[in-house]
Design a protein around this ligand. Structure first.
Ligand code: ATP
Length: 213
């Protein structure tokens, strides 16, 4: 079974995240993508705006949209998508390190082939993550393009990957989703519902819970 771990702030989850997961699922025949909202991202100085509970709820809605009330059932966004609490806030208030979450996933699913999904901007900071070598040993990495973050051999060269590590990193350069959570939060605060950029159930959740206002 091919299982991908997709960590992020997801504040809120948006079309770029879902596009990344869909493109990676298709290209690498993934059986499962686990969206794992992070309690505390070690490399982000500003805390998330929405609570962990709200970000988890929005990720759950994005993965499992309710069928329409008409009874005219539509397929879920993608039956392979699920939410994980592996990166839930830690009781001692310390940040969540991906290496710990991946090690836990490897213990939970000892026979699975593990992947990590990430956008180009995040992956290019890999040397600042805790235990980069172990991260590359625990899983294969699928790195996906993002506008303003070119993704090529030249871009990843400064990471100084060994040939064996490089073989575990796959570049997917076909995605071009011009959307970021930072920009969405700004627009939502100004009262713009951001049509087309948020799953409808997530947009409704934001409205009913008065988030980002
Ligand atoms: P923010 O603007 O708050 O930093 P974000 O949407 O960039 O939000 P996260 O929610 O932490 O950040 O993103 C989770 C992962 O999704 C990261 O690996 C990021 O690179 C990737 N990602 C986010 N948006 C896109 C996008 N539009 N295209 C490709 N990858 C993306």
């Amino acid at each position: 079974m091919r299982v991908a771990f997709f960590g992020g702030t997801f504040d809120p989850i948006h079309r770029g995240h879902l596009g990344l997961a869909s493109a990676a699922s298709v290209a690498f025949a993934l059986d499962r993508v686990l969206f794992a909202p992070v309690g505390q991202q070690p490399l982000k100085s500003a805390p998330s705006i929405a609570s962990f509970a709200d970000r988890l709820a929005m990720a759950t809605l994005a993965c499992n949209p309710e069928p329409p009330a008409t009874g005219n059932l539509q397929p879920a966004t993608c039956p392979r998508f699920a939410v994980s609490t592996l990166d839930a806030p830690r009781a001692d208030g310390t940040p969540n390190y991906t290496v710990d979450s991946l090690a836990a996933l490897a213990r939970e699913l000892p026979t699975a082939s593990l992947y990590v999904l990430t956008g180009a901007d995040s992956f290019l900071t890999l040397r600042r993550w805790r235990s980069p070598c172990r991260l590359l040993a625990l899983a294969e990495w699928i790195v996906v393009s993002r506008p303003d973050f070119p993704l090529s051999e030249a871009q990843i060269a400064p990471l100084d990957l060994t040939p064996a590590q490089r073989a575990r990193v796959h570049l997917l350069t076909t995605l071009n989703e011009e959307v970021s959570a930072t920009n969405l939060r700004r627009r939502l605060q100004a009262g713009d519902p951001c049509p087309g950029l948020l799953p409808p159930a997530v947009a409704a959740y934001i409205l009913s819970h008065h988030l980002y206002r």
